[in-house]
Design a protein around this ligand. Structure first.
Ligand code: FPP
Length: 255
């Protein structure tokens, strides 16, 4: 994506060569429904616009040089929504993978999917697995799609895997460490997010990356997801570049 002068300036401000850029940004794409309601539109129209924002955000993430971007596209709690909205979100995911996979692949982006797979419709699961397989050799940015994802569910599944290994004798309980847990989460091998951005004014994590966000910086904006553009994204990245991260220590630790 071509950057406007202002956007290029904001990115350049991150420091050369992008030393203040987060390695991993995670996005809570909130506010589609409210954006639509405020305009007298159906909530689904908000999600449709949200997908357009997502496309722009992925392109921009690649162009500024992020290594990992995680998107919270459907939570394990989103099943509680009206079935028509759930179906629409499922069809939007299908549309996204079917229409955008070739562009994503061409951009050398690797896709990883996190979340519970057991109760997913076969056709959705097939598409997600295909997206992971097609892009598995790519070496550029990793796009992590959190779909049917809930952090507590992820931690429970990881705990069960660890417990099964202890029961079979493959692992000794005394050897269980923080790394052991991390390695059994869906995000195994993916660095913790440096920055979580949540749009649309809510100040909570909503069961997203609870373990992984131990030292993550947060950026909350009132801007709704459909209105979140490159300039808003750059504002968040720029603010991150000015944060001092101590990771529990006294002096600033440079990543
Ligand atoms: C939260 O907004 C958003 C979601 C539950 C879905 C996010 C989906 C997209 C951004 C479109 C792309 C989708 C996929 C599946 C790739 P909300 O509806 O909770 O907004 P509200 O809080 O204003 O009601």
């Amino acid at each position: 994506m071509a950057k406007t002068g202002d956007q290029a300036g904001a990115v350049a401000e991150l420091g050369k060569p992008c030393s203040g850029l987060p390695q991993h940004v995670a996005l809570i794409m909130d506010g589609n429904g409210r954006w639509a309601n405020a305009r007298g539109l159906a909530r689904t129209e908000g999600h449709r616009r949200g997908l357009e924002t997502l496309r722009r955000v992925i392109r921009h993430s690649v162009s500024v040089g992020l290594d990992y971007v995680t998107i919270f596209s459907f939570s394990s709690e989103n099943w509680r929504r009206p079935s028509s909205e759930v179906s629409f979100l499922m069809s939007l995911l299908k549309r996204f993978v079917q229409r955008d996979l070739s562009e994503i692949h061409k951009a050398n982006v690797r896709i990883r999917v996190i979340g519970e797979r057991n109760n997913l419709e076969e056709s959705i699961l097939k598409l997600l697995v295909e997206a992971e397989e097609v892009t598995s050799g790519n070496t550029g940015m990793t796009l992590v799609i959190a779909f049917n994802y809930g952090s507590r569910n992820e931690i429970v599944r990881a705990t069960k895997s660890v417990a099964a290994k202890i029961a079979s004798g493959a692992l000794c309980a005394d050897d269980v460490s923080e790394d052991t847990i991390s390695q059994h989460l869906d995000t195994a091998g993916i660095p913790d997010p440096d920055l979580i951005i949540r749009t649309s004014g809510e100040l909570r994590l909503s069961n997203f990356l609870l373990w992984q966000a131990a030292y993550t910086e947060f950026y909350f904006t009132d801007c709704s997801w459909p209105e979140f553009d490159e300039a808003e994204y750059d504002k968040a990245l720029s603010e991150f570049s000015h944060r001092e991260r101590r990771f529990g220590a006294v002096e600033a630790k440079v990543r």
